[in-house]
Structure formats: C-alpha cells, structure tokens
Design a protein around this ligand. Structure first.
Ligand code: PMP
Length: 356
C-alpha cells in the first residue's frame, strides 16, 4: 500500500509549507495588511448588500460587474482583458500551470516574493533566479544573461518588490520587456504606495502582463487579485481557472467598494504618510539601517536580527524575520506600516529590545 513517502511527489515532500504565524494577542505588523478598518458607512452598506446576495446560487463565473468596476476605477488599457483570481497567488499558479511543459522555466530575481519559487515547485517548473544588486536595484545585465541562457517561459518582477520595498526603474523594466523570450509578469501588489504604474505596458508590449491585488488596499480578507493583458494570452490562462474562483460575497463587496475607490486610495495615502514617520523614527534607533520603500512596509537591518525579532514578540509585536531568506537580507527584518498607535508600540518595543 502507498505511503506518504512513496505516493507524494518528491519536490512536495521537500517543501516547507508557507508559514502563517499565530498573531493572537500581538500587534500584527507581519503581513502587509492595511491597518485601517473599512469606513463605517461603507461597512454598513456592505452589510445590507451582502444580506441580499444570492448565496444559494453559484456566482457569476465571468464576474462581469466586478470587471467593469475595475475598469472604471483603474486605467486598464481598453484593448486588454482582465482575469480575476482568488488573490494574486492564484493567478501566479494559473500562469505557471499554463506553461508547465516538461523542462519549462519560471524565472525571478531574488530576494523577492517567495511564492514565485514555491509555485514553480508546485507546478513542476524549474525555478531560476538572479540576484538583485546589494542596494536591491535590478541588475539588468544579469537578468538579460539569464533570459538568454535559460529562455524562461515566465519571468516575474514584483515592483515595488517584497521584501525589499524598492521599485525598479521603469527604463530597466522596459529593456527587459523587449528581451523576454516568454512572458514578463509585472507584479504590482504594492502599486498604491508608490508613484509608478505599468498597467499601460500590458497594452503596449506584446509579452507583458500586469498583476495587481486588492489585498494591500484594505481587502486582504476578500481574496481578490487580477491580471491585465492581451486577450490571446488571458483566454488561454482562463481555461485553467476553476469556474467560480471568486465567490459571490467577494464579487459584491469588491464591486461596491471600487465605486468608492477614492476612499481606499485615501487609506493608502495615509499609510504612505505613516511610512515616512516610521522611517524617520526607525532610522534613529541605535544600530538600525532602514531601506527606502515605496510599499506599505519597511525593510531594516540590525545586528542580531533573529534575537531582535524574538525580543519584539516577547513585547507583544509581530513583524517578519527575513534574515535567513537570502544572503542580501542578512540581519534584515520587515515591518508593515500600521496605525500611528501600532507603529509607536513597535518602536517602543524595538528601543526596549536594543537597550537590553
Ligand atoms: N505579490 C506580492 C509581491 C506579494 O507580496 C503578495 C502578498 N504578500 C502577493 C503577490 C499575493 O497577494 P494576494 O494573494 O493576497 O493577492
């Protein structure tokens, strides 16, 4: 009879599951969530809207109303299609599944979002990556050499990048877009906290897709991401999407909330302001080096990062220890920008920890 060892794929046996730590009772600054609740009037209205949602029926498999709302709220090029995912994680998986021929390659730069590598493994793709420069900028020559050598089916670039927080130069991305042998997927999960958008590139360049999520805009619990690109690409990926991947409650909520996109954007703007405050104060803590960020989190370096992380948890604050994720991240921790009160608690806990 089959055992776990004989039945499960070797690469799955070798994986460690994506870690989601228990944050109960802690100030939660580990997952790039928006710290603000929905504006009260909107929350109230959603309550009524959801009470009438036909949960006995399957949702609209095409989510037509939601896609139209996305087009009204955001500058999606008119000649591009939209594909929706249960979070952008699901979209990464769909893209990978679509190209997973034997020997096919999924490429990224590192350090970056860990799901690119994990999903390559899930779907039987070979993952290759080249390193960012030590200041976390793109090493374009290295990326071009990787494209030439490995001919990846997919190249993912997250800008602003997680966990480094910086955005890549648009000119560098355009150079890479002209050279990709397969598809370039620009992951703009953090677009709301920076100054650049690449949505237009999805319409201009034949092999560029742009992915976004509403998770960082205050809707992480809804699980909604989307991909923008030419119809001939998206209609193939869409064949792999399970028919009702975006549930009726998410569709209704998001469609309504996108009508009030300015309120979501205002929260993102408030987070940018808090990021500036947090960055200034963090830089003053003894031994801390903070990196510039265009996202809703800050990466910082501090000697003995693992012990500092534990010291923060002991004082009731959960951030993310990324110090072992990549050699460029040695002694680095990542903190999500919270409310003013949460940031103050984090800073107090950090000052106490380093004073010990
Ligand atoms: N891309 C990047 C760069 C991310 O950091 C994240 C979330 N941490 C995602 C995609 C996935 O977001 P979601 O699945 O919530 O849409």
């Amino acid at each position: 009879m089959a055992t776990v060892q004989t039945l499960i794929r070797e690469e799955v046996l070798a994986l460690s599951a994506y870690q989601v730590p228990d944050a109960r009772g802690l100030v939660k600054l580990d997952a790039m969530e928006n710290p603000y609740p929905l504006p009260a009037a909107l929350a109230e209205e959603l309550g009524h809207l959801l009470a009438r949602a036909p949960v006995n029926r399957y949702p609209d498999a095409d989510a037509k109303a939601l896609k139209a709302a996305i087009r009204r709220a955001l500058p999606v090029p008119g000649d591009c299609d939209i594909l929706l995912g249960n979070g952008s994680d699901e979209i990464i998986q769909l893209l990978a599944l679509a190209v997973a021929k034997p020997g096919a390659v999924l490429a990224s730069v590192e350090p970056t979002f860990v799901m690119f590598r994990m999903i390559a493994t899930f779907t039987g793709l070979r993952h290759v990556a080249c390193s960012l420069r030590s200041d976390f900028t793109l090493d374009v020559e290295a990326v071009l050499a990787l494209l030439e050598r490995e001919r990846p089916a997919l190249l993912f670039l997250a800008t602003p990048n997680n966990p480094t927080g910086n955005a890549f130069a648009r000119a560098d991305i355009e150079r890479i877009a002209r050279a990709v042998p397969g598809l370039l997927v620009i992951d703009e999960a953090y677009y709301a906290f920076g100054d650049t958008s690449h949505l237009d590139l999805a319409g201009l360049a034949p092999n560029v897709l742009v992915m976004r999520t509403f998770s960082k805009l205050g809707l992480a619990g809804l699980r909604l991401g989307f991909l923008v690109g030419p119809k001939h690409w998206l209609e193939q990926v869409d064949k792999l999407r399970l028919p009702y991947n975006v549930n009726v409650l998410t569709q209704r909520c998001a469609t309504r909330l996108l009508e009030s996109y300015d309120q979501l954007a205002a929260q993102a703007e408030a987070i940018r302001v808090e990021r500036g405050e947090l960055e200034r104060e963090l830089a003053e803590v003894r031994g801390v080096e903070v990196f510039a960020s265009e996202a809703n989190f800050l990466l910082f370096r501090i000697a003995g990062a693992a012990a500092v992380f534990d010291g923060l948890v002991a004082r009731g604050v959960l951030i993310k220890n990324v110090s072992r994720a990549h050699s460029l991240l040695a002694d680095c921790l990542r903190v999500t920008v919270g409310t003013r009160a949460e940031n103050t608690r984090f800073l107090a806990a950090l000052r106490e920890t380093v004073a010990v």
